[in-house]
Design a protein. Structure first.
Length: 205
């Protein structure tokens, strides 16, 4: 999927090589230890990330009472599931997609983002091109840059995340998923759907 950018994004292989080189240098210089690196990897694999947000979304799809709590106070509802919210997740708000309203999130000042629920922000989220264009022409940006078409009769609501309040989206439950477990439903939730720039997966996909 193409992402908006002022300059071409580096390949994942190049980024990975640079990260490994930097990691080795920091360990060699005594700035970091291998144990610290392993601990940070464990945090981002298990304690924060989009898989946790996806679990909250799936829970909201099957449990109306939890959904109500998530929409009223996302931080408390997220903690209710046993998830930490200290890493950029102290004050989160979840907004719900409906048949008539599609929500999408941007940070117009920098890159404020609910790390606890969605993990680290993608590079395109932090780029000035995304931040500026999404405010001016969100429907066009979604269609052209993310290949995600929102029907003209659906209102697009843009939410501006800040250091005080970080937004993420409760997407609509995909069709034909009545028999799925919470775990199976969570697998259909994408990071982009919780930012509001892409769809959830379908059962067939």
């Amino acid at each position: 999927m193409a992402k908006p950018t002022d300059t071409p994004l580096r390949s994942e292989e190049e980024i990975s090589a640079r990260v490994k080189a930097l990691e080795s240098l920091l360990i060699e210089k005594g700035v970091m230890t291998t144990e610290a690196v392993d601990r940070m990897a464990e945090v981002y694999e298990n304690e924060v990330g989009p898989h946790l947000g996806a679990k909250a979304v799936a829970k909201a799809w099957v449990n109306p009472e939890f959904k109500k709590r998530l929409l009223e106070n996302a931080t408390e509802a997220f903690q209710e599931l046993g998830f930490r919210t200290g890493l950029q997740g102290e004050d989160m708000r979840v907004v719900e997609d409906t048949d008539k309203v599609h929500n999408t999130v941007v940070c117009t000042l920098c890159s404020c983002y609910p790390w606890a629920a969605l993990g680290l922000p993608p590079n395109w989220y932090k780029q000035p091109a995304y931040r500026a264009r999404m405010v001016r022409e969100p429907r066009k940006v979604l269609a052209e840059d993310f290949k995600f078409t929102v029907p003209n009769d659906v209102e697009i609501r843009l939410w501006d995340s800040s250091s005080e309040l970080r937004y993420w989206v409760l997407p609509q439950r995909p069709a034909d998923t009545d028999g799925l477990t919470e775990e199976q439903l969570a697998a259909l939730v994408t990071r982009d759907s919780m930012i509001g720039v892409g769809p959830t997966r379908t059962v067939a996909s």
